[in-house]
Design a protein around this ligand. Structure first.
Ligand code: ZN
Length: 211
């Protein structure tokens, strides 16, 4: 009788052990996973919103340039707006993949002014923004082991720097055409196109041209 009780107790212990193991090994509920990425989702949201505002502003500056018959500046602003919009979409996709929800900003006031003033304003704003953000978001994503989010943020940061370069180059007298990688938003002067995008390996034939 005593041996039987011991056996029953032993069976209970084994069953309880299996239950604990299964519970520990089961995939986390979606909400728990989302909570663990909250900080990264917030960073991606901030990046997407920043890109949204810049896309709207650049599209507006392109319209002003067109009205002033400044085709070079119009091309540049259109390329910048397209690139920013792509990066916003990439941030939104990354947020959804982490179980979050992207919240674009409400429509705000857009700056006007003449094209020359707008170009100068953009250079200053891009430089200020680039130095303010540094790479804290990227390092956070890397530290947390989220390479997908880190890659999206690296693309966004690289495009910010390319924007500064292209905005400053337009002060030259040469007529420039531009190209944008349709996957990561990488920007080019068409004279110096890569055969494949070094960030995302997209074939250069697929780059969207602004000529
Ligand atoms: Zn690319």
């Amino acid at each position: 009788m005593r041996v039987r009780s011991m056996l029953i107790l032993l069976l209970f212990a084994v069953a309880a052990g299996i239950l604990v193991w299964l519970r520990h090994d089961a995939p986390k509920p979606r909400n728990a996973q989302k909570a663990s990425w909250n900080e990264i989702i917030a960073d991606l949201n901030a990046c997407g919103r920043r890109k949204h505002i810049k896309a709207m502003q650049h599209a507006h500056f392109a319209e002003i340039a067109a009205s002033e018959n400044r085709p070079e500046a119009e091309r540049l602003f259109r390329a910048l707006a397209f690139s920013e919009r792509l990066q916003e979409q990439n941030c939104a996709a990354a947020i959804r993949r982490l179980g979050g929800e992207y919240r674009p900003p409400r429509p705000g006031t857009l700056f006007g002014g003449s094209t020359d003033g707008n170009l100068d304003r953009c250079i200053q704003a891009e430089r200020r923004s680039y130095h303010e953000h540094r790479d804290a978001e990227i390092r956070r994503a890397m530290t947390r082991g989220n390479r997908y989010a880190a890659r999206t943020l690296v693309w966004a940061s690289a495009a910010d720097l390319k924007s500064i370069f292209l905005l400053e180059c337009r002060h030259g007298s040469r007529e420039c055409a531009f190209a944008v990688c349709p996957v990561c938003g990488n920007l080019y002067v068409t004279e110096y196109l890569d055969r494949y995008c070094p960030f995302c390996l997209t074939d250069g034939e697929k780059f969207v041209r602004f000529e």
